[in-house]
Design a protein around this ligand. Structure first.
Ligand code: ADP
Ligand SMILES: O=P(O)(O)O[C@H]1O[C@H](CO)[C@@H](O[C@H]2O[C@H](CO)[C@@H](O)[C@H](O)[C@H]2O)[C@H](O)[C@H]1O
Length: 458
């Protein structure tokens, strides 16, 4: 039973969610993890595809990755999902036509039904686990979310979202475990977890509450900046789209999520010197990728060195890749999404406890990004206008950073000296990380974090 490796190679190379783009790879193996559904067409087969990277060329460090590819198999061609055609699936009792299952609503209905029937253990290859407390809308039709994603999310009407993880690593997926703990603790700052899918030690997907009234935090921040840029004579607090009270609510939401995570997961401490060394190492590796960082390296190292003397630093479960694009504003307040951690890290690294200041730093950097991203999208040559915008951009970023931080610290009595030193180091570390991220993904945006590193180390 198989698909040609070349067909799979083509599918992966063109998929938004494939993380190995730009690298030379081959499909080195496939394994059927199981099937979803109970016999009715389509047969949904979940394939695990191993890719092996070339040791040469761009980013060429060799190694392998595993990707989840769910396929919808039919005896006859299906005109309605022609756009989702993958290839021919060969079996001993005849060929089937394979389609991308996430684009096939009939296949997605099998998933929803499997969650509803999760007590029935008749199919033991894949386990559908369901948390109590929510009646699924089984009439809802599955449609693939069209946003830029590293995984694939299917919306079931206005009821639930199924996120199928694409790059699979054996062991705990923090998106599931963190959502589970926060759901069971009754947190109001996340989308409730309804269930998840696993096959032995592989966690394959999760079903969550669909946040019907959500607006993306990044989009809201950009709209606020545009408002400010349009009102040349007004200050941030005077324009209709001022974001500071939202930034403050976000600070409160993050503090509450951190407090809950502290209560529900193990906490410990790490030597500050180890943190400083890790940040220094990241800087050295990043400077290899972004040589422009060299100019700021001494000053950045001095920031990291000031952390080394702080003794033991408290660490806990955190979000670990927090930015405005991971926040959603609903009528019931802010929600945080996507607790998977930094995409480039290994799973083992992503579940390690870390300092909550890493999340705070991520948000502070995001407030810096938003006005510069808007400026980037509005070409302008007049030096007066450019100067005016730069002043406004700084004003917007400063105002929202301040509001967010004050609210985050409100219950802990403000930011102490030790906290400030740690936070500054995490902000620089994040800006260094962003330089590599932008160089690899959006080179025209590299000046945004680079200017951040310059400002933070001046
Ligand atoms: N529960 C939800 N309800 C509504 N929209 C959501 C929900 N979870 C995520 N989203 C939207 O989907 C986008 C991608 O989700 P995310 O979890 O970040 O996926 P990925 O891991 O693929 O990056 C988010 O930026 C958000 O806009
Ligand atoms: O959302 P992901 O987990 O894929 O995170 C990665 O991509 C982010 C961009 O989509 C990137 O975030 C950076 O750009 C944002 C604006 O697009 C900005 O708000 C963030 O502050 C900035 O870090 C993130 O770093 C990366 O891990």
């Amino acid at each position: 039973m198989a698909l040609d490796h070349e067909v799979l190679h083509d599918l992966l190379a063109h998929a938004r969610w494939f993380g190995g783009k730009g690298r030379t790879f081959t499909v080195s193996g496939t394994r059927v993890l199981g099937s979803v559904g109970s016999g009715a067409e389509p047969e949904v087969t979940v394939l695990l595809v191993e890719v092996s990277y070339d040791g040469q060329g761009d980013g060429g460090t060799g190694g392998t990755d595993l990707y989840q590819v769910p396929l919808s198999l039919y005896a006859e061609p299906q005109e309605r999902i022609e756009h989702a055609l993958v290839g021919i699936w060969r079996t001993d009792d005849g060929d089937r036509i394979a389609y991308d299952a996430v684009k096939d609503r009939a296949a997605m209905a099998h998933y929803l039904r499997a969650f509803a029937d999760s007590d029935d253990a008749s199919d033991r290859s894949l386990t559908f686990v369901r948390l109590p407390g929510h009646d699924l809308d089984l009439e809802a039709t599955g449609s693939l979310f069209s946003g830029e994603q590293s995984n694939s999310s299917v919306l079931f009407g206005e009821d639930s979202v199924l996120k199928l993880f694409r790059r699979i690593t054996p062991g705990e997926n923090p998106d599931i475990t963190t959502h589970r703990v926060l759901t069971e603790a009754g947190s109001t700052h996340i989308a409730q977890l309804y269930g998840w899918i696993e096959a032995a030690d592989l966690q394959l997907g999760m079903l969550q509450q669909f946040l019907r009234t959500a607006s993306d935090g990044w989009d809201l921040a950009l709209a606020s900046v545009r408002d400010l840029f349009a009102e040349a004579d007004l200050h941030a607090e005077e324009v209709g789209g001022d974001f500071a009270s939202e930034a403050a609510r976000l600070g409160t939401a993050l503090a509450e999520v951190h407090a809950q995570l502290r209560e529900s997961f193990p906490t410990s401490t790490v030597p500050a010197a180890d943190l400083a060394t890790a940040m220094g190492n990241r800087l050295a590796a990043s400077t290899e990728v972004v040589p422009e960082l060299a100019e700021y390296a001494d000053a950045a190292r001095a920031v990291f060195a000031s952390v080394a003397d702080l003794g033991a630093v408290p660490v806990q479960r955190i979000h670990a890749d927090l930015h405005l694009g991971q926040t959603l504003r609903t009528v019931l307040g802010w929600k945080l999404v996507d607790f998977e951690g930094e995409p480039a890290k290994t799973l083992a690294e992503r579940v390690l406890p870390d300092s909550p200041w890493r999340d705070v730093a991520g948000m502070l950097r995001s407030f810096d990004y938003a006005p510069h991203a808007v400026a980037e999208s509005m070409p302008e040559e007049d030096p007066d206008v450019l100067h005016q915008r730069a002043v406004r951009a700084d004003e917007w970023a400063r105002r929202n950073r301040k509001a967010f931080l004050a609210a985050y610290c409100a219950d802990s009595g403000g930011l102490g000296d030790t906290d400030r030193t740690l936070l500054t180091a995490y902000v620089v570390d994040k800006a260094v990380y962003e330089c590599v991220y932008e160089a690899r993904n959006r080179p025209t945006w590299l000046p945004i974090p680079l200017a951040g590193v310059a400002r933070l180390t001046s």
